[in-house]
Design a protein around this ligand. Structure first.
Ligand code: PGA
Length: 432
């Protein structure tokens, strides 16, 4: 049984305050953490920026630590950690605010993850197996990694408007080979950027992707295609982009030069122009997934793009991992994949529910980290246990990214011949 819950402030991958939880049972102590503070504090902190941002987050985390040590601990003591749904309900009962604004979704998630780890230990099964049981299915599948290789948007100081270019080694025979192919390509890309753009272009952005001084999506994709070719993986590695278009939507238009001080005026695009750009990219490159191609509230154009059936259209800010928004997107066919950020939903049980919701709609599921994540590798086990098919957790670089990839390598080794790599079925892995 749970004997106490203790929280403390740690630092996340941005050096910002985050909540770490230790959940004690009569047998062991289980640790978990989740990046950042609550949604409201996060928004206020982002608006403030700089050292003021850090102060706001620190206050939010200190509040969450107090609530966990006091109210949450009291509510969970005596509960069986295997009963994840009851534990998550008890946590939710303490915070009835929408989007967990009171306690902070990250703080709640850290408690919920710690309980999930304790539940697995109590059952004496690996964490991914316990999660598969909670999902109610027996299948466990190693996901295809969407490995970040180039950063732009708000995640880098270059002029590239989109946030990420990723590579998907769908043609690998297993997860280990996928990571080998991914990291070889990453290193070839570094050489190519060095040759073409100079050494200062090899600096890395937020998720460990390179941040070369380029300004167009096709320049970035050309560099990555060249790296794939040089690595000898032509045809076995596909491409994905995270546009994060909400960040450069101005009114109803998209400012592809939003980070430039000298604007040419040629790059202020309508949503329909963006559809033409995406269609061209899909015909010219092995581009198989586009995340958040429009503003978070532009349901109409997201639907228009999805209906063209060019590639996977993944909803990030559009969905916010929110069951209501997912329901609407399913019924209106606004996108065809979920980007699951567990700290947006708040608990393990709710995260599993939204994965099921997406799977029932035959959507793809991308289990995602947050930028500036902590070193907790829970999402690796979640991706396997929920048979998501895809995981997005940055470059093969930076500890908070590698901890997830390395955990997946361990899981694959442990599963041995039972370990199935999603590979070419990355969009359609079933949980049954
Ligand atoms: P975020 O981005 O944590 O900054 O929202 C993460 C991602 O979309 O990869």
């Amino acid at each position: 049984v749970i004997t106490r819950v203790r929280a403390r402030q740690i630092l996340d991958g941005h050096g910002a305050p985050a909540v770490e939880v230790e959940l004690h049972t009569n047998k062991a102590v289980h640790r978990a953490s989740a990046a950042g503070a609550g949604a409201l504090e996060g928004a206020a902190a982002d608006a403030a920026g700089g050292s003021e941002r850090r102060k706001i987050l620190a206050r939010a985390v200190a509040d969450a630590v107090r609530v966990i040590n006091d109210k949450v601990s009291e509510a969970l003591v005596g509960m069986d950690p295997q009963q994840q749904a009851q534990i998550d309900q008890a946590i939710m009962d303490l915070d009835k605010a929408r989007h967990k604004a009171e306690l902070g979704a990250n703080a709640m998630l850290a408690v919920s993850i710690a309980a999930c780890k304790a539940g697995a230990a109590e059952k004496e099964v690996p964490l991914y197996k316990h999660i598969a049981d909670l999902v109610g299915k027996s299948a466990t599948t190693l996901p295809v990694p969407a490995i970040t290789v180039i950063n732009g948007g708000k995640h880098a100081g270059n002029a590239l408007p989109i946030q990420e270019i990723m590579i998907l080694p769908v043609g690998a025979k297993n997860f280990e080979e996928a990571m080998q192919m991914g990291s070889e390509t990453y290193h070839h890309l570094k050489d190519i950027i060095l040759e073409k753009c100079g050494s200062d272009s090899c600096n890395i952005g937020d998720h460990g992707g390179f941040a070369p001084n380029i300004s167009s999506i096709s320049e970035g994709l050309d560099l990555v295609v060249a790296a794939i070719e040089r690595a000898g993986y032509n045809g076995r590695i596909k491409l994905a982009i995270d546009v994060a278009a909400t960040d450069f939507c101005v009114g109803k238009k998209y400012d592809l030069e939003f980070k430039s001080t000298k604007k040419s005026g040629q790059n202020f695009k309508t949503a329909d122009d963006m559809i033409v750009i995406y269609s061209q990219l899909c015909s010219e490159y092995p581009l198989v997934s586009i995340e958040q191609p429009f503003d978070k509230d532009d349901w109409e154009h997201s639907k228009k793009l999805t209906t063209l059936d060019l590639c996977q259209v993944a909803g990030d800010d559009l969905l916010m991992s929110d069951p209501e928004r997912i329901k609407r997107a399913v019924s209106e066919y606004t996108c065809n994949a979920l980007v699951l950020k567990a700290n947006q939903v708040g608990t393990v049980t709710e995260a599993i529910e939204v994965v099921k919701q997406a799977k029932d709609a035959h959507w793809g599921v991308v289990v995602s980290h947050r930028s500036g994540d902590t070193e907790d590798s829970f999402i690796a086990d979640l991706a396997v246990g929920a048979a998501a098919g895809q995981i997005k957790t940055g470059a093969p670089c930076r500890g908070e990214c590698l901890t997830k990839y390395n955990q997946l390598l361990r899981i694959e080794e442990e599963l041995g011949s039972e370990g199935v790599y999603a590979g070419e079925n990355w969009r359609t892995v079933s949980t049954s």
